[in-house]
Design a protein around this ligand. Structure first.
Ligand SMILES: Cc1cc2nc3c(=O)[nH]c(=O)nc-3n(C[C@H](O)[C@H](O)[C@H](O)COP(=O)(O)OP(=O)(O)OC[C@H]3O[C@@H](n4cnc5c(N)ncnc54)[C@H](O)[C@@H]3O)c2cc1C
Length: 346
């Protein structure tokens, strides 16, 4: 029987994969993708499936589950194969007395998935630690080591890897500090839990525990028994606009290289879609997380079509009230809610 994408994704959505392979080494990852390319077979890479929504018809090609293993920690940082579980790497780095990644604790998915949307949380971004990325360029059929400046990080959650299937991330090299203290804490709530003023450091391992506590309370740590975590984290991206519409003037605003970034969670909540909204919508299989308005969740038995139409309903409601059109933060494969970017399928 074909493997279902719903078994590989945290939102538990997506139909069958025409073909499926699990790769456990970097060399195999390159050769499996190379072979598929020379056979003209479309490829979909899946790490932890925590930022991926696949259509009910599935994927008409080869789904490659990236499970390449290998963590090396030294005095200057850490080298990770793409398939390494991200949060395990964060925990091991802290246990080895290396600081830096503490606020990126509890984020689901693989190491290889982190540069794709320049994963970030509590004031830190992956790109701040990235020394190099080993990349397989499928168009030029070469493996290269890139510096962070080649990755196209810039505006919010962007990179050259996102919404492209051209590059396979094989390995990351992260630069970390040999330190037991964290970087200065930037977030009020995190500082509050730690009992330190914003802008000061705390024990890096205590910061990890505090972050996990805050994330768990917001349904942002995976838990099979909690449908609030059957999500892709933030479904909608914080919109970056050249000009903020008058109706949205009260929304929290942040400077961004591409304009002004608005809080999608605030817009959703203040357009009348509070956390937990949607339980009586359709068949009751989708809804916003009861802990976070930005997370669209599968309450059990949802189809991708239902999730797309629920997401469109939220997007339209926000646009009606604030004149701001939300787009997805996650990768939509063989599904879309009109006009939103969709990855190419090969
Ligand atoms: C509960 C929850 C909380 C979350 N919290 C956060 C958060 O705080 N901050 C944040 O930024 N994100 C967050 N996310 C989103 C997600 O965890 C991250 O984007 C994560 O890095 C995705 O990694 P993954 O391995 O699961 O990628 P997948 O979902 O498997 O894939 C995502 C995309 O990357 C591509 N891809 C995967 N592996 C590779 C590779 N090796 N090379 C090239 N392309 C690849 C896939 O083809 C797909 O296009 C959260 C998600 C969930 C479910």
């Amino acid at each position: 029987m074909n493997t279902m994408l719903s078994e590989l994704t945290t939102m538990r959505l997506g139909g069958p994969a025409k073909a499926y392979e699990v790769v456990t080494t970097t060399d195999d990852l390159v050769s499996v993708v190379r072979e598929a390319d020379s056979a003209g077979q479309p490829v979909l890479l899946v790490g932890g499936g925590s930022n991926l929504v696949v259509g009910d018809q599935g994927f008409d090609g080869l789904v490659v589950r990236v499970a390449s293993d290998g963590i090396r920690i030294d005095d200057e940082g850490m080298t990770l194969a793409a398939g390494v579980h991200w949060d395990t790497a964060v925990r091991l780095s802290l246990e080895a007395g290396m600081a830096g990644l503490e606020t990126l604790s509890g984020i689901p998915g693989s190491a290889g998935g982190t540069p794709v949307q320049n994963v970030g949380a509590y004031g830190s971004l992956t790109s701040e630690f990235l020394e190099s990325v080993t990349v397989f360029d499928r168009h030029r059929n070469v493996v290269e080591v890139w510096g962070p400046e080649q990755c196209g990080f810039g505006s919010h959650r962007q990179s050259v890897f996102k919404h492209s299937r051209r590059y396979v991330v094989l390995e990351l090299r992260l630069r970390l500090a040999k330190d037991v203290m964290s970087r200065p804490i930037k977030y009020d709530k995190l500082a509050e839990v730690l009992g330190v003023p914003v802008g000061t450091a705390a024990g890096a391992r205590e910061v990890r525990e505090a972050v996990l506590q805050l994330r768990t309370a917001r349904g942002m740590v995976l838990d099979t028994d909690d449908h609030d975590t059957w999500s892709v984290g933030s479904f909608f991206i914080n919109p970056v606009l050249p000009q903020v519409p008058e109706q949205a003037a009260e929304c929290p605003q942040y400077a961004d290289p591409a304009g002004t970034k608005l809080s999608a969670a605030w817009l959703i909540d203040n357009a009348g879609f509070a956390p937990g909204y949607g339980r009586d919508w359709g068949r009751g299989t989708v809804g916003l997380s009861s802990k976070h308005a930005l997370a669209v969740t599968n309450r059990g038995g949802a189809t991708t079509a239902e999730v797309m139409s629920f997401a469109a309903h939220i997007r339209d409601g926000v646009e009606e009230v604030f004149g701001v059109r939300l787009g997805p933060e996650c990768d939509l494969v063989n599904c879309q809610f009109d006009g939103t970017p969709q990855s190419v399928s090969s």
